[in-house]
Design a protein around this ligand. Sequence first.
Ligand code: ADP
Ligand code: MG
Length: 292
Amino acid sequence: ATPTSIMVGTGRAAELGVLFRKGQALQTLRNAGVIALDKTGTLTRGRPELTDLQVVAGFDENEVLALVASVEQHSEHPIAEAIVAAATERTLSLFEPHNVKAYPGLGVSATLDGRKIEVGADRYMKQLGHELDALAETAEQLALEGKSPLYAAIDGKLAAIIAVADPIKEGTPAAIEALHELGLKVAMITGDNRHTASAIARRLWIDEVEAEVMPDGKVAALKRLREQHGPVAFVGDGINDAPALAEADVGLAIGTGTDIAIEAAEVVLMSGDLRAVPNALAISHATLRNIR
Ligand code: ADP
Ligand code: MG
């Protein structure tokens, strides 16, 4: 492409809220075979809400929620905010826990009133050696509904299952449809439960799912997608997404996301609306139509 056509292309993109920090990204985007998107905060709003809470016989629902929320007050995960908000809504009093430990991609633990509280994904509970059979069926049912199941254990005993759901952003279905029309494969990368991820992917007609990916595993997931589908574009918003944004052939960060993600990306989307992605692609196609 000529410098002039690149300038025109990046200028048009900017009018649509897409900032190309390097003109070259217009060309790499043009060659992408697959667009991989982070789930939480990218495909979804990133503001989950608590939808279900089921305690194991012998535990009190409000007591468990108060204990769990007391621990989650100290986590910055969107799931933690959902749990604290639910406890606040029920006007439960929260307490100050000790020894709070956050395990990225897994969950959190702390002690409260001499009791050990652990909250997180099923793989976290399994690592801790907790038996999940009593709630396995409920978990699968919740996941089939696109909700994310979490477990709470008190003093090493399974106490409750909690589900959160994160609404899909308004522009997401149309964005995916447009990407398909442009001939691209669409993939989702998430740390979330694989059944939950599949349910959401089915709803959105997403072609490939990389689920239960640990925070440091997104780069490997991108490499797998590249092997199958060619050059890969990645769209993300979080701190955890920075390595994947750098690894991708083109990284697109959501401008309302974290600064670390924005710095790692060649392209910045000014709003959270994913329809900007097919718009940017269409411009890259138009700009480079007459070349090669
Ligand atoms: P994602 O951004 O896709 O949700 P993460 O790596 O942040 O991925 O988290 C993966 C999973 O780890 C979550 O879906 C959840 O099950 C569990 N998890 C992480 N942090 C917490 C937390 N503070 N409380 C409960 N569960 C958590
Ligand atoms: Mg995210």
